[in-house]
Design a protein around this ligand. Structure first.
Ligand SMILES: [Mn+2]
Length: 495
């Protein structure tokens, strides 16, 4: 893969080669993927390369593969009778379930897993798995939270199949961005950086120093500041009059001559300079921290083949649009947006509005009811916030400093899709805590394993990354789970 400038460990290349053969030998493939932006872009990449290889394809997004939902996956496979099954953005943590329930299905000759989540400790090594080809950077000394995302792994297979798939680099970047692999704007590295360079060279992607706020291509100028949460702008965020005054004082017109709103991307360089100076001033007054001020300018990644004034132009906005589809239980709309379907984009915009208002309402509830402080963590236990957005909400709550950042924040959602008595837990931690040795995934997984052992049945399932993890816990064991997690996190923080 030296020819396209992506450095990949040899063993991983061997697996990619094996997967390439499996795709080329397939007549019918069934692809499953996760419902977040990374999972959606991964699936769109898979669907497109299969289409280009002339393989008959069916596909489906799945919220979570666990011991219950694997049975639905199995039924879908038995009905579709594919010779190849692809799992993207999950599969590694579910390797055992896939071995048990999917590998034995007769029509299935090969199974490809394109994942980037950390394997469990007893990862099924040594068990027979001749049908399964697992491609995961974590198995090759790479980081699945910084070097490459699920969409990135899918892209590696795509580009390995054909250079014609170079255009899919744009979706790989959106997936990595949705997965926060640039660590809140501090830049991409590893395979992610290689993919961006490849996309730049081919004219699909551009990286520019610009304002990192959300909505620079789509939001009317005053709303750009009114809805800013990264960082939260004291005096401006949530205060429309102050945002108007900000631009008026700087003599920057907010409207075009035809009375339409200007967006940030409409400003001339000199206007941008003045506005950035003004924002520096506001932020320094509020935070007295030059690092926060400097952070508002950084690498902004645009997709040059997507419409100029759409959410698809900017990778951060694109990933939010896709998350909105997934979180509103219509991830398939997101996949179709990636594939360029016009009517899906229209539907996606509506879902984005619903998503924004759900987020705003959830944040308002946190502002009113605050949070509980426990040893090693802050706890947000909210009856109304759906399980699909609880992770984003608690992350934003810390971003907007509605919750302090010196400990991880754990969100509890009782508003779940499943019928069962399962409660969704989500955890978020800032990267400086991870550097100090905190690991949310490890904490959740250890607690789940120890409870399952204690009760001799599955009462909790957990997974994720060091800085963002999730768990499903049986209602009656929630308090125990929280107590044990609190203990575990406190110990990690004390190290
Ligand atoms: Mn992912």
């Amino acid at each position: 893969m030296g020819s396209v400038g992506i450095t990949i460990p040899q063993e991983m290349l061997d697996r990619l080669h094996e997967a390439t053969e499996a795709v080329r030998n397939s007549k019918k493939t069934l692809a499953f993927s996760h419902i977040d932006a990374d999972g959606i872009t991964a699936l769109a990449i898979v669907v497109r390369f299969l289409e280009r290889e002339g393989v008959e394809t069916e596909w489906k997004n799945v919220h979570q593969i666990n011991s219950e939902s694997i049975l639905d996956v199995r039924d879908t496979v038995m009905e579709a009778r594919p010779d190849l099954v692809v799992f993207s953005d999950f599969g590694t943590g579910q390797l055992g379930l896939i071995q048990t329930h999917i590998a034995p299905i007769k029509s299935v000759r090969r199974i490809i897993i394109l994942d980037h989540h950390l394997p469990k400790k007893n990862h099924g090594e040594g068990r027979p798995r001749e049908k399964i080809i697992e491609i995961n950077p974590c198995n090759h000394g790479l980081s699945g939270s910084a070097d490459v995302s699920g969409a990135g792994v899918a892209f590696l297979l795509a580009i390995h199949l054909s250079l014609e798939n170079t255009d899919l680099s744009e979706l790989a970047v959106v997936g990595a961005s949705g997965d926060l692999q640039d660590f809140y704007g501090r830049g991409f590295k590893g395979i992610n950086a290689d993919i961006i360079k490849l996309g730049e060279k081919a004219g699909y992607v551009s990286v520019d120093k610009d304002l990192t706020f959300f909505g620079i291509n789509t939001r009317p100028l005053p709303f750009l500041l009114e809805y800013a949460t990264e960082p939260y702008l004291p005096g401006l965020t949530g205060n429309r009059d102050a945002c108007y005054a900000f631009f008026e004082n700087l003599r920057i017109p907010m409207k075009n001559s035809d009375d339409t709103w200007r967006t940030w991307s409409d400003l001339h360089d000199e206007e941008k300079q003045r506005a950035i100076q003004g924002l520096f001033h506001e932020i320094l007054q509020a935070y007295d921290n030059p690092r926060i001020a400097k952070g508002i300018v950084g690498d902004v990644i645009s997709l040059l083949h997507r419409p100029l004034k759409s959410e698809m132009r900017n990778v951060k906005e694109f990933s939010t649009l896709l998350n909105a589809c997934g979180r509103n239980r219509e991830p398939e709309v997101g996949v179709r947006i990636c594939l360029g379907h016009e009517e899906a984009y229209t539907r996606g915009k509506t879902l984005l509005q619903t998503h924004r208002s759900n987020l705003a309402q959830a944040l308002r509830r946190i502002e009113e009811h605050r949070y509980d402080e426990r040893r090693g963590m802050y706890l947000i236990d909210d009856n109304e916030t759906p399980d699909t957005i609880i992770g984003i909400v608690i992350g934003m709550a810390q971003g907007a400093r509605l919750v302090p950042v010196d400990k991880p924040v754990i969100g509890v959602s009782r508003n779940t899709t499943g019928e069962g008595p399962t409660i969704k837990l989500s955890g978020r931690a800032r990267s400086f805590l991870i550097k100090k040795g905190l690991n949310l995934k490890e904490a959740f997984v250890e607690v789940a394993e120890s409870l399952n052992k204690q009760y001799g049945e599955t009462v909790a399932e957990a997974g994720g990354h060091p800085m963002a993890a999730g768990a499903f816990v049986h209602e009656i064991h929630l308090e125990e789970f929280l107590d044990m997690t609190s203990d575990r996190l406190a110990k990690m923080l004390a190290q």
